[in-house]
Design a protein around this ligand. Structure first.
Ligand code: CA
Length: 472
């Protein structure tokens, strides 16, 4: 949330209005606001008496847009030269980070204007021909939104029917303004769930008379707490829990346990997370990244021939997409699974070598050879994801089909019990699952290999989790 910080009054308030005087003097246009700190208007007296507190950036993280209502009007506007008061309305949507779209209608056609945001609503203060309603008390602060997004003096303009819209057309907004998730200012403020902000539109009227200022009504908007997370389709919620990571399987047939799976150690996954129920498909990858690098082609086949970097780029793009839709909880992201998350999810409560029991037979996964039946499985490449039964968490192909990148660097295990382990700093990245040409041994829940993150194979894909942010 916002906390008061350094004190600086005039910079804030003058930043809102004096910019335009400068701009207009350059263009030989009349002044916009007939106020100045050295003159005794209501505003200047107020400014001389009041110290505005600049807010400092809150540490709270906000991810995604905040769906919200249209706000509550306050502050009676005065009529302009058209005989009408400018009307500020808010609507949800528009794609801005705050999910608030502002429109100001009934302004004066051809005149310039912009939107203001402040942290306090107040009784009207007469300025020129209008009523300014964001001054508040001594701790109030307010900022201007640059309507066209084209610089510090980006003004909007009222069109032929008096609707404030972009002046230079640099925004994708046809009319009105999508409020971003960040309040401008020398120290930008992120709009946070539960915040209330107050909006007003300023505009010029009667240029023939050297310009007068007017204002719309005010609009108070409370941005509600973000609702329940809505993961993308195909995500399965994995509960928090504790499990034994690794394997003590003997080194001989049919398991061929590897020394790097020892010592078995206790791991706690402290927080519930979501995991994609299948490997990321080629259709999913194509939709986000616009290309399909796979060797075995099929929309519902797993994407492969992706490097660890490619997989991370997919996750970043997916996160950005879903954050924009307001579907990513605070402190979470779409990313590759940590190795511990992967094995925990694969086991789904089992302690056997496979999540289907002590053995893996043909017909239970996409792999090449079962050491438990000593038979080949006629596997010659990847298959559609989800072709075999899911584990107890509802996850498919945790054994076989394609190998799967994890987020971690590869390292030897420690016997120490750990919570949310995550390894960084090594040259190679962990790979899990086994693939279409693996023996059953290579598909075991604890089986782990690693590779340079820059390699890609037709055996290697990934799945994603929606989980707490980790920085590899
Ligand atoms: Ca797999």
């Amino acid at each position: 949330m916002v906390a008061p910080g350094a004190i600086s009054g005039y910079g804030v308030i003058l930043g809102c209005f004096v910019d335009y005087r400068v701009q207009l003097s350059q263009s030989k246009a009349p002044p916009l606001l007939r106020v100045h700190p050295s003159k005794s208007s209501n505003l200047s007296v107020f400014m001389l008496r009041t110290r505005f507190l600049l807010p400092v950036l809150a540490l709270a993280l906000v991810s995604g847009a905040l769906a919200q209502s249209i706000g509550t009007p306050f502050c009676t506007p005065t009529s302009n030269s058209t005989g009408l008061p400018a009307a500020l309305l808010g609507t949800p949507g528009g794609g801005g980070g705050s999910d608030l779209h502002l429109e100001c209608s009934q302004g004066v056609p051809g005149e310039i204007g912009y939107f203001l945001v402040g942290n306090e609503a107040t009784a009207s203060v007469a300025i020129s021909n209008g009523m300014f309603c964001l001054i508040g008390t001594g701790t109030a602060t307010f900022y201007r939104y640059n309507v066209s997004g084209g610089g510090s003096n980006s003004l909007g303009q009222f069109d032929g029917v008096g609707v404030l819209q972009n002046l230079v057309g640099t925004s994708t907004v046809g009319s009105g303004f999508d409020v971003p998730g960040t309040i401008p200012g020398s120290v930008p403020i992120t709009i946070t769930s539960g915040d209330t902000w107050h909006f007003q539109a300023w505009y010029r009227d009667s240029p023939a008379a050297q310009g007068t200022s007017n204002f719309s009504n005010g609009l108070s908007v409370t941005f509600p707490t973000v609702g329940p997370t809505v993961p993308i389709a195909g995500m399965v919620q994995i509960p928090a829990g504790t499990f034994s990571m690794g394997s003590n399987a003997a080194s001989g047939a049919p398991y061929y346990g590897q020394s790097n799976e020892r010592p078995v150690h206790s791991v706690t996954i402290s927080q519930s997370f979501w995991m994609s129920e299948t490997e990321i498909t080629q259709a999913q990858y194509q939709a986000i990244m616009g290309l399909n690098p796979s060797f075995y082609s099929g929309a519902n086949f797993p994407v492969e021939q992706v490097t660890w970097h490619n997989a991370r780029a997919y996750c970043a793009a997916l996160t950005a997409q879903e954050q924009a839709a307001g579907n990513v909880p605070v402190g979470m992201e779409y990313r590759l699974p940590a190795e511990a998350e992967w094995e925990y999810a694969c086991r789904a409560g089992t302690t056997t070598e496979f999540n289907v029991g002590a053995s893996l037979f043909c017909g239970q996964a996409c792999f090449l050879f079962s050491l438990h039946s000593n038979s080949g499985c006629n596997s010659s490449g990847t298959v559609s994801v989800g072709s075999y039964s899911a584990n107890a968490f509802g996850l498919y192909d945790m054994h076989g089909n394609v190998n799967e990148w994890c987020l971690d660097s590869y390292a030897a295990y420690s016997p120490v019990s750990q919570t949310d382990p995550f390894v960084t700093g090594g040259p190679n990245r962990v790979i899990r699952s086994g693939f279409w040409s693996s023996s059953s041994n290579g598909c075991r829940s604890a089986y782990r290999i690693s590779h340079n993150p820059g390699v890609s194979f037709a055996s290697l894909g990934f799945r994603v989790v929606l989980a707490p942010v980790l920085v590899p």
